[in-house]
Write a protein that binds this ligand. Structure first.
Ligand SMILES: [Zn+2]
Length: 321
């Protein structure tokens, strides 16, 4: 029997999730790549996981995140957050996580009021970032919190970081959304919040400077910004979109955005991201229910990101910088 290439890939990539015995009829799950996972400090009162006896909240968060990836067949994920936590997650599963450093911050804190950097700064030290990338611990920058910090992506403060990303071929993860609305933010978060900075159009002058920058526009579901995203997709083949948080916005909005990207000829530019802890399964269900072909859904869930991240189809390993 000749295996369909997709099935062959899923058999290889799904090996870690394969049933323990041949009697178990559960088929291997088709692989998924999630480009939007968050690392952070664990919380004793988290709604997403329970802290078990003998476990720290940090350990519980990591355990639950890995379990969520396992349950849903995620073979590779980009994990962003405060530098120390992104690295904590990556180091626990280096074949599965690409590490990403989140910034800019406000008063040293991210939108969840977690400290971003050990020195209390709002920005990573450039030489440190270069060294972390050279060592393979950082493969991306983001989630970029320009909207929360009120700092434009096309301004002078961002310029050296985007030049470094272009030079080192780091993936850039942009919070390209006008939200979340005030009721969706952590109380005390973000006195400088400016949703207008989330318009993907702000990336145009950056891409004119760095046309090869590999950029993922997070949250590209909002009607007022979908056309800005399409305009960037039309111009730059190294720009991708995802439509998280799919468990928190009306599904018709997400499906309309997906349909628009496909209609514009960009079915191969949509990638999957779950965003919140514990959101992988619910987000997968939104994609599975979308008015798309099975091949288009598989492209969103795996193949588009595998191509963009240059994953070896045999081993699910991203190419290291
Ligand atoms: Zn996010």
């Amino acid at each position: 029997m000749r295996l369909h290439p997709l099935l062959a890939a899923s058999l290889v990539l799904g090996a870690a999730h394969a049933p323990a015995s041949a009697q178990d009829a559960t088929p291997p799950r088709a692989p998924v790549i999630d480009v939007h996972v968050h690392a952070g400090a664990g919380r004793a009162d988290s709604p997403f996981y329970e802290v078990r006896e003998g476990e720290t909240p940090d350990g519980a968060f990591l355990r639950s995140a890995l379990a969520d990836l396992d349950t849903n067949g995620v073979v590779l994920a980009i994990v962003g957050g405060p530098a120390v936590h992104a690295e904590r997650f990556r180091a626990a599963a280096p074949d599965r996580f690409v590490g990403a450093v989140a910034f800019p911050c406000t008063g040293g804190l991210d939108p969840n009021l977690q400290q971003c950097f050990e020195d209390g700064s709002d920005w990573p030290d450039l030489a440190w970032l270069r060294a972390e990338a050279d060592a393979g611990r950082v493969g991306a920058i983001g989630e970029l919190y320009n909207v929360y910090a009120g700092v434009p992506v096309d301004g002078p403060e961002m310029a050296p970081y985007l030049a470094l990303a272009a030079e080192l071929d780091l993936v850039v993860l942009a919070h390209a959304d006008a939200g979340p609305p005030p009721e969706g933010r952590t109380p005390g978060c973000c006195p400088n919040f400016d949703g207008a900075l989330g318009d993907p159009a702000h990336w145009r002058s950056v891409l004119e400077r760095h046309p090869d920058l590999r950029l993922i526009l997070y949250h590209a579901f909002r009607p007022e910004y979908v056309e800005s995203a399409v305009a960037l997709l039309d111009l730059y083949p190294n720009v991708m979109v995802e439509t998280s948080p799919m468990t928190r916005v009306p599904t018709p909005l997400v499906h309309a955005a997906l349909a628009r990207f496909v209609e514009a000829g960009h079915a191969d530019r949509i990638v999957f991201g779950s965003d919140y802890p514990g959101a992988v399964g619910g987000s997968l269900a939104v994609i599975q229910a979308a008015p798309l072909t099975d091949a288009q859904k598989r492209a969103i869930l795996y193949h588009n990101a595998a191509r963009f991240l240059r994953v070896d189809p045999e081993g699910a390993e991203p190419e290291r910088p």
